[in-house]
Design a protein around this ligand. Structure first.
Ligand SMILES: O=C(O)CCC(=O)C(=O)O
Ligand SMILES: [Fe+2]
Length: 341
């Protein structure tokens, strides 16, 4: 498989930077500067030296592959519902309902944070205690990494000490609180594919940030600007030993659009004639009760606050309410339960 090991991936004049996250320990200010810059521009960045062992990530992909290879009856034992846990079959989710004529060409298994220890949720690894423990380690490791990235946002946004300083965000992203934080295993099956049909429609993510791992086959594309509509899509290639991070809706709302919840989609890759594509996403959400109103930062001017109408979707909502609202727009649970996929 072709590997891209350069420090940036460029298309035209747009770059998705690769940030060395070992800086977080050695020079947090510099790390925060790089994270802040990428988040205000393209809204996506790769992290290398992120601290998660590669053999653990590989093991998660192996587990994912063996789950999705099971017969549909076995996979369907725990179907997804409004709690956003369980199996979602091909075409059951439509990430861009305004333009897609059919559902996404992917299947997925979601484990929501507060139910990771629940037997039903762990149907994914039901007969394998060792695997269950490793999934939990993986999920907790990703969550901890996300909390460190959150510290970078608070430093970059100069949140005043009196308001929580660098811990402003991580204190509303607690492992033990109820939230929409979800670990999702994704499979885009092998197919001939029409290159113009999205395998996952264009969308923004619903939480604070998303951590994404792709395996072997690329396909993710990123719209470089949410504000300028006619910018080209930029490929987000597979870069070994990195985790791709993107800004999602909470952060855009908290910052009146200073940080960008960038649109992205998954397109057909010719390699899928021969191989399935696998990815794993960890959607990090604030605690359910967290408000999505603008945060204290001197970087958001009064004008931006007045101008922020475009980013107001979730204003007056909590993180939990916002997730329920977004999920209700993209899933058709009725037909999943009725088996009409
Ligand atoms: O599979 C991917 O590469 C991206 C998936 C994604 O954007 C999502 O599920 O929100
Ligand atoms: Fe996404």
């Amino acid at each position: 498989m072709a590997q891209d090991t350069s420090n940036t991936h460029a298309s035209g004049n747009v770059t998705i930077p690769v940030i060395d996250f070992s800086l977080f320990a050695s020079n947090p200010e510099e790390c925060a500067r790089q994270v802040g810059e990428a988040s205000q521009n393209i809204g996506f960045f790769y992290l290398k030296n992120h601290g998660l062992p590669q053999d653990l990530i590989d093991k998660m992909f192996d587990a994912s592959e063996s789950f999705f290879q099971r017969p549909i009856d076995a996979k369907s034992k725990h179907m997804i519902g409004p709690d956003n846990t369980g199996y979602s079959p091909m075409k059951s989710e439509t990430l861009d309902p305004a333009t897609q004529t059919q559902g996404d060409l992917k299947e997925a298994y979601n484990a929501r944070k507060w139910s990771i220890d629940d037997d039903v949720t762990l149907y994914f690894a039901q007969d394998d205690k060792e695997l269950q423990a490793r999934i939990a380690d993986f999920f907790k490791g990703l969550h901890e990494l996300a909390r460190n990235v959150m510290q970078c946002f608070a430093i970059a946004l100069q949140v005043p000490e009196a308001a929580g300083g660098r811990h402003y965000f991580d204190r509303s992203h607690q492992w033990d609180a109820n939230s929409g934080t979800t670990l999702r295993f994704l499979h885009y099956p092998q197919q001939t594919g029409d290159p113009n049909t999205p395998l996952a429609g264009s969308h923004t993510d619903y939480g604070s940030i998303t951590l994404l791992m792709q395996k072997d086959i690329a396909g993710l594309e990123v719209q470089a600007s949410r504000i300028h509509k006619n910018v080209p899509w930029v490929a987000a290639p597979v870069i070994p030993n990195t985790i791709l991070v993107n800004i999602a809706d909470h952060l855009q709302m908290w910052t009146n659009g200073l940080l960008k919840s960038t649109k992205h989609r998954v397109m057909y890759n010719p390699q899928q004639l021969h191989h399935s594509r696998y990815s794993i996403a960890c959607f990090i959400h604030a605690n359910d009760t967290t408000k999505l109103d603008p945060i204290p930062t001197p970087l958001i001017t009064q004008e931006m606050r007045a101008d922020g109408v475009e980013f107001e979707e979730g204003r007056n909502m909590t993180a939990g309410e916002y997730l329920d609202w977004r999920l209700s727009q993209t899933y058709n649970y009725g037909s999943i339960a009725g088996g009409t996929m």
